[in-house]
Ligand binder design. Structure first.
Ligand SMILES: N[C@@H](CCC(=O)N[C@@H](CS)C(=O)NCC(=O)O)C(=O)O
Length: 211
């Protein structure tokens, strides 16, 4: 199997951390265009019509895209060290939190970044080969949406060690990647979200994350 990533993009990072935390050995390949690393290579886009990373190439030549689908596949293949829950209830709770975090946190950071960064002029949405304008008002709303996300997870983390319970799960990985990427774009964790600050410090020190 081969996993395709793109520089520090947060969605492939979700899979990279998942794989590292589970202790799975997978070849990781950079999908950017060597002549223009701000874009995915033409070869990659020619292979995968959805034009996004992460992408998992299987040994039989088939492909699986979408971070959650890739991780579900790997979790099923390698059930040790479960990161997506073990019982039906745990599985549903992890998925609930992962979806909340992806929709409310990762999308918020993405709205800000895609609609402001000069790299994405004319590329306001990922995955299309036609011009899509940036909309500055979406970036402004994205910052507000991110604030609501921080407040929500701060409350959850005030009563739980991790988002979906007592152990690290895929939902924490998604939240961590959204926040880490936001921080690299100057979208800091609010000072008053002390539970998020504490959780972020703990997650960032894990070997699968720090390395
Ligand atoms: N829903 C997808 C989102 C994938 C996505 O948006 N990937 C971004 C990087 S984080 C991408 O491939 N962007 C390509 C581009 O902007 O050209 C997933 O969960 O994997």
């Amino acid at each position: 199997m081969k996993l395709y990533k793109w520089m520090s993009a947060p969605n492939p990072r979700r899979v990279e951390i998942f794989v590292a935390e589970k202790g799975i050995d997978i070849e990781i390949i950079e999908a950017s265009d060597p002549a223009n690393p701000g874009q995915l290579s033409a070869e990659f886009c020619g292979r995968y019509p959805h034009r996004r990373v992460p992408l998992l190439e299987l040994d039989d030549g088939d492909w699986i895209g979408e971070a959650a689908a890739i991780c579900r596949y790997l979790e099923t293949l390698y059930p040790d060290n479960p990161l997506m829950g073990a019982t039906p209830k745990e599985i549903a709770i992890v998925e609930m939190w992962d979806r909340l975090v992806e929709w409310e946190g990762l999308m918020a950071v993405s709205e800000v970044f895609r609609n402001t960064h000069k790299l994405f002029v004319g590329r306001g949405l990922a995955g299309y080969d036609r011009e899509i304008p940036q909309i500055p008002a979406l970036a402004e709303r994205g910052e507000f949406r991110l604030r609501l996300f921080f407040e929500k997870i701060d409350e959850q983390l005030g009563g739980h060690t991790f988002l979906a319970g007592d152990t690290l799960s895929f939902a924490d990985i998604t939240a961590f990647c959204a926040i880490e990427f936001g921080i690299s774009r100057r979208l800091a964790i609010p000072d008053e979200c002390i539970h998020v600050q504490d959780w972020y410090g703990r997650v960032s020190k894990r070997p699968g994350v720090a390395n």
